[in-house]
Ligand binder design. Structure first.
Ligand SMILES: NC(=O)c1ccc[n+]([C@@H]2O[C@H](COP(=O)([O-])OP(=O)(O)OC[C@H]3O[C@@H](n4cnc5c(N)ncnc54)[C@H](O)[C@@H]3O)[C@@H](O)[C@H]2O)c1
Ligand SMILES: [Zn+2]
Length: 373
């Protein structure tokens, strides 16, 4: 059965090609979409976020059982501190106990936390089994579920979190986005997903800033038609970049725009802001850095600031932190390579580039422009 209004974006990398399908009610049609993608697993482990266990995950479960596929449902609390090797081990033990074998598959239903850890479980269980991503946050639909990065975090000796430090590139077989599954997503999480959309706009689609601003009311009201369009537009951008450079040897690094700043914010203020909020502030700081270095004009900074304000995303860190501590935290980000900090900055809207050897005074000014002191 074909779903009404099905939008499909193909991600084509050196090692894989798979569809990202976007449609209202898609969670009820997961089994048939898997069959259409050539995937007929003997059994499925649905690894889901407890927040969607009785909604999206239950619908996926029903669809698979109706198709005669045995299902084991494994729910987990999705918080950043659950992205651990311990959780990975627990998930794999459950899969083993439930009889999932090489011909089985993982269907991940949840936000980026569940997608990252369940994707890594699929990538490593029995040296890798098929994975289907069913993202249920806007952030996961437009970003985390697309592109095949899977990972868990590791604690540093000082107790801070080294994010996504153990993982693999493992592309899913299929990604299914149902905008209706966002109906229960808190507004704060919806806005967090919009931060990655703003990032995408600066990288490759400057007109999207105005597009989002004009539609901010239906977006925040969870209007499924507007959200479907938004998701498709962003998945196209991510698919283009990932298709050109699956393993982040070059071009894919542009997707880290704002993220070295964001990871420093998350390391120091993890209880105070979501990943998306940190990305919003980080993207703005990257815009200012370009101006400080004489590489970019203030237009990008103005456009991003006004988009963030219209969306209701923060433009400054929620409580003051010292520039020195933030710069120190940037240095421990794994985007650092060969001892030098590599940063992505916009030379103009739609033209972002990777730079290295950024002088401290410019970094200092960029941090101060987003409220550091
Ligand atoms: N693999 C990648 O390329 C990639 C890219 C970006 C982010 N990430 C990772 O993604 C994670 C962030 O993802 P996220 O923002 O989706 O966070 P998340 O998975 O923590 O979800 C955010 C919150 O929303 C809840 N939730 C999820 N779906 C819901 C729904 N439909 N209704 C109500 N509540 C719901 C969750 O329980 C959680 O409390 C981070 O760990 C980040 O490192 C990965
Ligand atoms: Zn991100």
């Amino acid at each position: 059965m074909q779903m009404e209004g099905l939008r499909s974006v193909i991600v084509r990398t050196d090692t894989a090609g798979y569809p990202v399908e976007i449609a209202r009610g898609a969670v009820r049609h997961v089994a048939e979409r898997m069959a259409a993608a050539g995937l007929r697993p003997t059994s499925v482990a649905i690894i889901c976020d407890t927040a969607v266990e009785s909604s999206a995950a239950a619908a996926v479960d029903r669809s698979l059982r109706d198709a005669g596929i045995p299902v084991a449902r494994i729910a987990m609390n999705a918080s950043e501190d659950m992205k651990t090797l311990g959780t990975l081990g627990d998930l794999c033990e459950r899969m083993l106990a439930d009889g999932i074998d090489r011909a089985g598959a993982v269907v991940a239903v949840g936000g980026g936390v569940v997608g990252d850890v369940a994707g890594f479980a699929a990538a490593t269980y029995m040296r890798g089994i098929a994975c289907v991503q069913v993202p249920t946050t806007l952030l996961a639909m437009v970003d985390a579920a697309v592109g095949g990065k899977t990972a868990v975090n590791l604690a540093r000796p000082d107790g801070s979190l080294a994010k996504n430090i153990i993982g693999s590139f493992a592309q899913p077989i299929l990604v299914i986005c149902d905008p209706e599954s966002l109906a229960t997503l808190p507004t704060r999480e919806l806005r967090s997903g919009l931060a990655e959309c703003v990032k995408h706009a600066v990288i490759a689609d400057p007109e999207m800033l105005a597009w989002i601003a004009e539609r901010i009311d239906p977006i925040l009201a969870h209007d499924p038609a507007t959200l479907a369009e938004l998701v498709e537009r962003n998945v196209r951008i991510k698919a283009d970049v990932v298709g050109a450079d699956e393993r982040e040897q070059g071009r894919r690094a542009v997707l880290n725009l704002g993220h070295t700043f964001a990871h420093a914010i998350e390391a120091l203020l993890h209880d105070e802001c979501t990943h998306g909020e940190a990305v919003a502030i980080g993207t703005l700081a990257a815009c200012r850095l370009a101006v400080e270095l004489g590489l970019g004009t203030p237009d990008a900074e103005h456009a991003v600031r006004s988009a963030l304000q219209q969306i209701g995303l923060p433009t400054a860190i929620p409580s003051p932190r010292s520039v020195a501590a933030l710069i120190e935290a940037m240095g421990s980000d794994k985007k650092k390579q060969g001892g030098t900090l590599r940063l992505v900055v916009p030379f103009a809207l739609g033209d972002v580039r990777l730079i290295r050897d950024v002088p401290d005074p410019a970094l200092d000014a960029a941090w101060r422009s987003v409220g550091a002191r």
